[in-house]
Design a protein around this ligand. Structure first.
Ligand code: DQA
Length: 142
């Protein structure tokens, strides 16, 4: 079994209700149920927080004992040096996921404190980005 942790940042608890034209109609809980069915070889753990320091704590906590982390830091992507530093500090490889195409939106979303520290980034492919990240870990995890 692969141990993969998904960490979602602020406002992603409102997926399904939040700006559906940008983020879709599906809740993350529903999506995660499907993801678990689609990847029976992965033991997923999941954490969402609206608080920057809790995301840093989670990256530290899971950063030495998992096969991979799938991280969507949401708005903190664009502001948080602490989250970037936390990713640089850990051993577990991280894939950054954004549901929307951040490069096609406001200029402030083009800045990422995360992208340079991760294995790779998946943006703009909707919730499917999490499944693509999981697939990468299945094929490439050491
Ligand atoms: C997001 C993109 C961010 O710019 C935004 O602040 C979010 C969600 C995404 O998944 O598309 O909250 O990370």
């Amino acid at each position: 079994m692969l141990n993969i942790t998904i960490i979602n940042g602020p406002n992603l608890n409102l997926l399904g209700k939040r700006e559906p034209s940008v983020y879709g109609n599906e809740s993350f809980d529903d999506y995660l149920m499907q993801l678990k069915k689609d990847f029976p070889q992965i033991n997923f753990s999941y954490l969402q927080s609206n608080i920057e320091g809790e995301l840093v704590d989670a990256i530290q906590k899971f950063g030495f004992n998992q096969d991979g982390i799938i991280l969507n830091p949401a708005a903190y992507t664009h502001t948080s040096i602490a989250i970037g530093d936390a990713i640089a500090a850990i051993k577990t490889p991280v894939i950054e996921v954004h549901i929307s195409n951040v490069h096609a939106r406001e200029d402030f979303r083009k800045t990422s404190h995360v992208s340079a520290k991760v294995v790779g980034s998946i943006v703009g492919l909707g919730l499917k980005g999490y499944a693509l990240a999981a697939e990468w870990f299945v094929k490439n995890a050491k």
